[in-house]
Each structure stands twice: as structure tokens, then as C-alpha cells.
Design a protein around this ligand. Structure first.
Ligand code: FES
Length: 380
């Protein structure tokens, strides 16, 4: 559904609900999209509160429900939540690192009606994977669970987050996916929000690295097609090498609804960092939150835009780009996303690209996402 610049009275329902069940996670990825100050948000909705959120969202018209985190597997009620969502008629998707997953849990989730599982990897070899994940067992566990997911009859959907330290191994990454008989592989370069923004200099690949990754991926696509291998490779490149911004979230408050562990409702997973007040499901109905709250209406339509977006003939396509990125890079969320070459702040993107060409910190110098670093950075 396109954001047509509608008022709240004309706004369609949320279609995609993302339930961030918890910020707890056994890993410590330096590109985690959780807020830097996550250690400050300890509270989690109860099972009954989550089921109430699902019920309200379904009544509004939401059809797809993603379970994520943190690591959603740390919630002991996950199978119960999946079952409740399925009973309400949601298409359900589990987004997991695979840490804490077991064959018994996969079976329990299957019985509860889970439709889809996506497992994320950090690299194609144990050393870098485990270092980024902050666990010596992460790689073996992920391999075993990817196989177990497939054996349980699910399509194998893998997500590899790529950056300047592993993107040159994309050939090996794809080789591993093919050996695992993956059905879908998302090769997603970091987008620079949350912890990835903090570590941007140490993560952003060079243009040459990206071009190489694209070339290798295309070669693999041809090879797989020739072999009749159904594995689909999806390469997601960073905004920082684009000249026009993405239509982020398909428009603010248009189809996506994220609920954070403590019940704060957001139009995207990064919005918590914006100087905007967002409502909580513990205080308001989802209908009020979606249609009437200040936070969800803040960037709907076009009236909030400043120039050059306001008079731009592409505004109906990209909605001025990403509000979170505009805020992170300019300190003002009403600005055009600096990814756009028409933005007066586009030089910040060009500067980041130029920095990527220079030597940058090694993996071990990145700031890893954990409670300790969260407290130090944010003094929480
Ligand atoms: Fe928040 Fe783009 S990530 S609007």
C-alpha cells in the first residue's frame, strides 16, 4: 500500500507487526539494530499482554507477525505466543540467531503453527563468526540449527550481515549456503542505525568491495540457474552508496508497526532514538496508537517536509527517505535523508564513503553490543 499523504482518517491498517519480544541476547553483534541504551529498558510485556497486542493488531487488519528481539528464543513462552498468533490467523515468522534453538524447540514451534524461520549468521567461517557473535560455539550451533530447520520441513532462510570485514568472503558465504541447501539467502550489508551507526567507520565497505560482492553474487546466480538450483540470493546494499533514498518502511506509519519489549509502539525499529514521544500499548489501545497518536502521525503525509523534499517530484515515491537516518546524520528528522543527492547534507554521505577508502579499525576494535557497553555509552 502506498503512502498517499493521507490524513489519519484515511490511513489504512497496519499490515506487518514486528514483536520485539526482548532486548536480551546471548550474542553481542556490533551492528545490532537495537537502541544503544537498550540496557535502560528492562521491562518486558507478559505473555497475556503480548497476546492482547496480537489480538488488537489482528482486529485492525494486520496479517503478518514477526518475532524478533534481541533473541526471541530467550522468551520461554515463545511457543505459546506463536500458537496464539497462529490461532488469530497471522502468518508467523521467527527471526533468530539460532542460539538456544534445539530440535525439540523447532518441533514445538512447528506444532504451534510457526510458518517461517530465518537464521542469521555473522560470517562463513567459525573464527570471524564467533568473534562477532561473542561466542565460541555460535558457528557450529547455527550450522546444526539451519540443518534442523530444513529437516523439519521449513524452507532454509539464511541471513548473512555483511560489512568491510567479511564482504570479501562473499564467495565462501554463498558456497556455504549452497552446501547447506539453503532456499533463500539474504546477503545484507549493514544499514547504519543503532550499534552499526556507532561502529560505522569500522563496518562500511568500500565501493570496490561492494562492486566485487555484486559481481560474485551475479556469477553465483547464473551458476545456480544453470544447475537448476532453486536457491535465491538477495543482495542488499547499503544506502550510503545510493543517490536517492529508499521509501523507508513504505512510508511512516503506513504499514509497519513495531512493538518493543516494554510495549512502546514505533513506526519502525529505529524510531526510539528520535526526539518524538511514542505511545505504549500498556496505556493506549492499538487503534488509538495507530490512527490517532502524535508519534504515528508525526511524519505521515507531506506537510511535515522541508525543502528540497516539499517541492520534489519524487516525494510520493521515497517520502523524503528515512526519518531515522535524517535525524542521525543531521540532528533534524524533518530534513531530507542525506542519502539523496539533492539534500544539502549529502556531503555527509560522501564523507563517509571517503572514510571507507581509508584504513579503519579492525574487528576487535569495534564496540560490541552488550549491557556493559550500553551502560558506558549511554551512562544508564
Ligand atoms: Fe526509522 Fe527509516 S529506519 S524511518
Amino acid at each position: 500500500m502506498l503512502n498517499t499523504g493521507s490524513t489519519s482518517a484515511e490511513q489504512g491498517p497496519p499490515l506487518w507487526l514486528l514483536a520485539e519480544l526482548t532486548y536480551r541476547c546471548p550474542l553481542q553483534c556490533p551492528y545490532c539494530s537495537n537502541p544503544l541504551e537498550f540496557a535502560n529498558h528492562k521491562g518486558e510485556l507478559s505473555t497475556a499482554q503480548w497476546v492482547d497486542v496480537f489480538t488488537q493488531a489482528r482486529a485492525l487488519g494486520a496479517a503478518q507477525l514477526g518475532f524478533s528481539g534481541g533473541e526471541p528464543l530467550v522468551r520461554e513462552d515463545l511457543a505459546e505466543l506463536i500458537g496464539a498468533a497462529r490461532e488469530l490467523g497471522f502468518y508467523t515468522n521467527l527471526i533468530t540467531s539460532g542460539m538456544g534453538l534445539t530440535e525439540a524447540k523447532i518441533e514445538a514451534f512447528r506444532e504451534a503453527g510457526l510458518d517461517h524461520i530465518q537464521i542469521s549468521f555473522q560470517a562463513s567461517d567459525a573464527e570471524i563468526n564467533n568473534m562477532l557473535a561473542g561466542s565460541r560455539k555460535a558457528f557450529e550451533q547455527k550450522l546444526a540449527m539451519a540443518r534442523a530447520v530444513k529437516a523439519a520441513g521449513y524452507p532454509m532462510v539464511l541471513n548473512f550481515v555483511t560489512h568491510r570485514h567479511n564482504i570479501d568472503q562473499i564467495d565462501r558465504i554463498i558456497e556455504l549456503c549452497v552446501a547447506l541447501e539453503a532456499d533463500f539467502v539474504e546477503l545484507a550489508t549493514c544499514q547504519y542505525y543503532g550499534w552499526a551507526h556507532l561502529n560505522r567507520a569500522g563496518l562500511l565497505p568500500t565501493k570496490a568491495q561492494l562492486d566485487h560482492a555484486e559481481q560474485v553474487t551475479n556469477q553465483w546466480r547464473e551458476k545456480l540457474a544453470e544447475q537448476g538450483n532453486p536457491c535465491k540470493l538477495i543482495l542488499v546494499t547499503p544506502d550510503y552508496y545510493e543517490e536517492r533514498p529508499k521509501g523507508c518502511m513504505n512510508g511512516w506509519g503506513n504499514i509497519f508497526l513495531t512493538i518493543t519489549p516494554d510495549g512502546t509502539a514505533l513506526p519502525c525499529h529505529s524510531a526510539r532514538q528520535l526526539p518524538v514521544s511514542f505511545p505504549s500499548v500498556t496505556e493506549h489501545s492499538l487503534s488509538h496508537i495507530w490512527y490517532d497518536s502524535f508519534g504515528f502521525n508525526r511524519f505521515r503525509g507531506y506537510d511535515w517536509m522541508s525543502e528540497p523534499c516539499r517541492s520534489c517530484d519524487e516525494k510520493e515515491k521515497d517520502f523524503g527517505g528515512c526519518r531515522c537516518q535524517a535525524y542521525l546524520l543531521t540532528g533534524d528528522a524533518t530534513q531530507a535523508d542525506p542519502v539523496c543527492s539533492k539534500s544539502p547534507h549529502h556531503h555527509k554521505i560522501l564523507q563517509a564513503r571517503a572514510e571507507a577508502e581509508q584504513p579503519q579499525p579492525g574487528i576487535e576494535e569495534l564496540t560490541f553490543r552488550n549491557e556493559r557497553t550500553s551502560r558506558i555509552i549511554c551512562k544508564v
